[in-house]
Design a protein around this ligand. Sequence first.
Ligand code: CAA
Length: 389
Amino acid sequence: MTNNLLFPLTEEHEMIRQTARDFAQNEIAPIAADYDESGEFPFETIKKMGEMGFMGIEVPEEYGGAGMDTLAYVLALEEVCKADAAHGTIMSVNNSLFCFGILKFGTEEQKQKYVRGVASGKAIGAYSLTEPMSGSDAGTMRSRAVRDGDHYVLNGRKSWITSGPVADTMVVFAMTEPEKKHRGITAFIVEAGKPGYILGKKEPKLGIRASATSEVVFEGYQLPVENRLGEEGDGFKIAMTVLDAGRVGIAAQALGIAEAAYDASLAYAGEREAFGQKIGEFQGISFKLADMKTRIEASRLLTYNAALAKERSKTTGERFTLEASMAKLFSSETAMFVTHAAVQIHAGMGYSKELPIERYFRDAKITEIYEGTSEIQRLVIFRLETGLK
Ligand code: CAA
């Protein structure tokens, strides 16, 4: 069974892990398959997760959060994702992509106005960077925000917005001075449902199906100047800093998916018999399980290390980009490796919707894609190591 032999936890961290595990196994695991099938957004459980403090774990209590540290966030997210990665996606966007960015770059008024609702799970937050023609190359966005007196007018089409269809507020990135390229990008806090805010097509997805994803289109949307996050031109650095935080969360999500698939595989290999013995007694299966376990523990070390680096950065101000990218890269590829092996070990039952194994496999894939593909993580790691571009 998965454990923490290589990384002893404090009593407080063990407690948050156990609380999250109990909640996830009792409240989320039993409904995960139905929500995966229907693709409905799990409002009820998200509300409960908010009440438990899971939607703003690192957010100080004065802004409606649980006031804990990054490791606590990672441990809770890992447990939620063991039960259902889609719930984990919603949780990670609220915590990392929305609350973290506003806490780090926002004014006191912005924190008071926008963080509290999302951190307590009463509101849903989102992060709006990607566009149809601007994904990995995030500095090439076409959305425009033009200042007009005390407000900006926003036009553009954003795509692949996690929680887009249900978001109450989102951090949106747009060009204010396109001639300056990435240095001409500015971040804004946008409220949903106002004139000029149009929900675009909803994405039918392979996995994390209960997490709603859509395009969001802005047509002459008016933003008060006080909703600008940071200064004009700060947007790209804000986007990258927030993604560093997000990637620590995705590493934890991938770890949780991998653990769930491994635990199920280990149990199945000890029960299922073929040719007169347990299938786990065949070297073909036992070696797979040994590789799965080893990669999971390596992912855990990288992920918890990235959490500690992010926590340190709160006092030192130092970037944790390298730690975050390495953790996300390795954990997401581990999740794919482990879930692929889990389907194979379960064979026909792994391919059947009667068990969650095929869902783990489908859910794992997104962790290699969103918040920066594996190729982008490799590029980031290489550049940081060499200083080359
Ligand atoms: N923190 C702070 N600043 C950073 C930074 C970081 N992690 N990374 C780069 N910067 C700064 C650089 O120092 C540089 O600053 P100057 O302008 O002062 O020189 C500036 O940003 C530009 O950096 P680069 O020249 O390295 O930029 P680039 O254009 O080559 O791109 C990249 C770098 C790493 C490829 C970046 O574009 C990237 O991460 N792309 C992937 C985008 C991504 O992850 N998208 C996912 C969207 S969110 C999502 O998945 C949806 C969801 O809802 C979950």
